[in-house]
Design a protein around this ligand. Structure first.
Ligand code: ZN
Length: 410
């Protein structure tokens, strides 16, 4: 099973925003664009929130039914491993296999030798879209081969429990210490083909920083050059390595990367390629923006979530230490925030491209602060229902105007 040219990861932490998210995809369609909806949620998020993959699948199906949406949609077991995949298997049709733990482990000498033999054609001039050296192949053999074998084992474990061709497979290597080079990506895909994993998307680690809820930090030209080279490589891999047609790159922590969307769009148009973009956590932030914008009790609740997150920063940041960079000295103090009016709070949290009022430290803290709202339980979800219009409007606008539009329509 493969994805369409464009697919968008749309997390929905509390399972109440499906209709507003679908409204964004309807808006995209009304403007001539189309993308698959992929409701993704990781094991970590389920554990923190106290939800299950069954809840996630039921929320998605209910939103589809209520809206009558006839586009393609998926439920993604995000960042799963052999240890965590079981409870996702009956409910998901998209599996993001995360092999970060196996990166750097050694494959057997036999497997290493077989891989080096198989990959040596890459050394011939013009064999791949970028030059590949013996050092590249050996680096992949030493650093990534064991993790690709682990992905193969995980894929076969899932495939044994699902009907043929009933799910999509992504391989993610984004949560690693250093970006892979394009040449390494080419050599990694040779190993993926050898494992016979019918890959739909591949998530490398790109150059630069992809932090939660804020714009790309790094050299945009350097990112775009890697993105273009690696897009050429996945196209080549589906043609030359026997990997599935339509194989594309996946960009994780892809929300709010406003500096990149125009360049990504241009590359995809030029190469006739597609992309998968994960925007999961932003929807939860739009719930808080929507509550604050509604004023009254909604604003009070938004301030309470912030104050509690501020007090519990160490605990909340710990699971996300690699993907947030919060300067604590720049966080507004809860006693000051308590005096803010609705517009001040909204402008501090909302992330419009180029916004001069958005406070990135506060926004990153709130991004990882959903545990606080989860603990409020019904009080929080009741507020989302009470202030539905404001919350839904913000969720839809964020997804369509700030993400789908620049990325897909340009
Ligand atoms: Zn990821």
């Amino acid at each position: 099973m493969q994805l369409s040219r464009f697919s968008i990861g749309t997390g929905d932490r509390f399972g109440l925003e499906g209709e507003a998210q679908i409204a964004a995809f309807k808006e995209l369609r009304a403007h001539g664009g189309e993308a698959d909806i992929v409701w993704n949620k990781s094991n970590r998020e389920h554990v923190i929130i106290g939800s299950s993959p069954a809840d996630q699948a039921a929320a998605a199906a209910a939103a589809i039914q209520r809206t009558g949406w006839d586009g393609r949609w998926f439920v993604d077991a995000d960042h799963i491993t052999l240890k965590t995949v079981d409870w996702f298997i009956p409910h998901c049709n998209f599996f993001t296999i995360d092999v970060a733990e196996a990166i750097g482990k050694k494959a057997s000498a036999e497997a290493r030798a077989a891989y080096l033999e198989r990959a040596k054609f890459l050394l011939e001039e013009g064999a791949a879209p970028v030059p590949v050296t013996q050092v590249d192949i050996e680096t992949v053999a030493d650093k990534f081969l064991a993790s690709v074998q682990e992905a193969g084992t995980t894929y076969r474990y899932i495939a044994a429990k699902k009907p043929n061709d009933s799910f999509v497979v992504e391989l993610s290597m984004d949560e690693t210490d250093a970006p892979q080079t394009p040449a390494q990506v080419a050599a990694i895909l040779v190993a993926v083909a050898a494992e016979n994993i019918p890959l739909a998307t591949f998530a490398p680690r790109f150059p630069g920083k992809f932090l939660k809820g804020i714009d790309y930090v790094g050299d945009v030209a350097e990112f775009l050059s890697a993105f273009e080279a690696e897009t050429r490589i996945v196209l080549w891999a589906s043609e030359k390595l026997g990997l599935p047609k339509g194989l594309k790159l996946s960009v994780h922590t892809g929300s709010d990367k406003f500096k990149l969307y125009k360049g990504i769009h241009e590359i995809l148009v030029r190469l006739g390629a597609g992309v998968h973009l994960k925007t999961a956590g932003t929807t939860w932030l739009e719930e808080i923006v929507g509550l604050a914008e509604a004023g009254g009790d909604g604003l009070t609740l938004a301030k309470r979530v912030y104050a509690a997150a501020y007090a519990r920063i160490d605990e909340l940041v710990a699971p996300y230490a690699n993907v947030v960079e919060i300067d604590r000295a720049r966080l507004p103090r809860p006693e000051d925030v308590a005096a803010w009016d609705s517009a001040t709070f909204v402008h501090a949290l909302r992330h419009e491209p180029g916004s001069s009022t958005m406070q990135s430290d506060m926004r990153q803290l709130m991004h990882v602060g959903f545990k606080v709202a989860a603990e409020m339980g019904k009080e929080y979800t009741d507020a989302l229902l009470e202030y539905r219009e404001s919350v839904a409007r913000n969720v839809q606008r964020n997804l369509y105007a700030r993400h789908l539009l620049p990325l897909i329509l340009g």
